[in-house]
Design a binder for this molecule. Sequence first.
Ligand code: SAH
Length: 361
Amino acid sequence: MVEGFGQAPYRLRQLLDGLYRQRWSGLEQFTTLPSSFRHQLTEAGYVVGLPQVEKKFASSDGTVRYLLGFSDGQSVETVWMPEGDGGEIGDGSEAGDELETVTHPERVVSWHRSTICVSSQVGCAVNCKFCFTALLGVKRNLEAGEIVGQIAAVLRDQGVDPPLQRVNIVFMGMGEPFLNYDNFMKSVRLLVEGVRIPESRMTVSTAGIVPRIRDFGQEAVRPKLAISLNASNDALRSEVMPLNRKWNLAELMKAAREFPLRARERLTFEYVLLAGVNDAAEQAREVVELVRGIRAKINLIALNPGTELSYRTPEQERVLAFQRILVAAGIPTFVRRPRGRDIFAACGQLKRTVDVAPTSP
Ligand code: SAH
């Protein structure tokens, strides 16, 4: 991009440093750049700045939900989870090496491992029946800079600096990242080069946009992949995720099976448990059959409830029984710890709830 302005390639490094490491808020602060170049950027319509922290909600478990506003008045939610594993335990990647903390407990205290859950769209178009973001519909895609901007804004607010402090990124906030694919991938590259968060500490979750799963497998630099499975057969999946009528389980699992995993990498499947709908032993056995032959791990998420939904959260015993069947079949299966339910920050709860007490920004 800088070459287009007749600038040497190292100017890009300086630009990214100013944006994402110094987190400067106006082009005039970029004194490392020649003023002629700054002028050119202004002329070309470039503006510098982070999204505005409009509201901030702190959970009793340390999770913070941010409502971040952009210059056009739209806003999204971004969630900070201190000491969070982002659900990535057991996926064979760096982000999941809590397994190691068990064998080296003394190292735990010195680790700063936090997770930021970032949004990719304002609202969502996918319409999953158990997700609150679906209620918003989709307003627009986020630009790559707006995706990275959420992370920079939260890091600034928390006073955290990668790579000195470890940060995991999960693209699991509002929106379907694979319906904003190019901007999502551009944000990944900016995060790697500009914010210095390695892609091995990032995970993207998709509801199952099959053609983009295939594209994603071909990317040279890519986060890990999680697929929202959420049901064990087509009838059930089409009911809770109408998107299944477009790409059914046969197509989805074929793409999953053909997905080129790296050494030690596992493909994650998320499975939201809905009481009496998809949480029976029989359905766990169907899941075992579905993922057979895939180097997979499964994250079970007990439904995070809310008043607008007709589904209920299963009892813990039911969740554990489901998990036992998968584990007995040799599939690493983890029950995701809900984070920030009390402030509507947990999975599927991002719908810009503001009628809970905010923390002063
Ligand atoms: N659009 C992407 C990423 C956002 S959703 C996707 O669908 O994967 C992130 C995860 O939260 C998904 O696995 C989704 O199935 C889950 N989820 C959605 N609503 C939920 C709810 N009410 N309770 C628990 N998990 C939920």
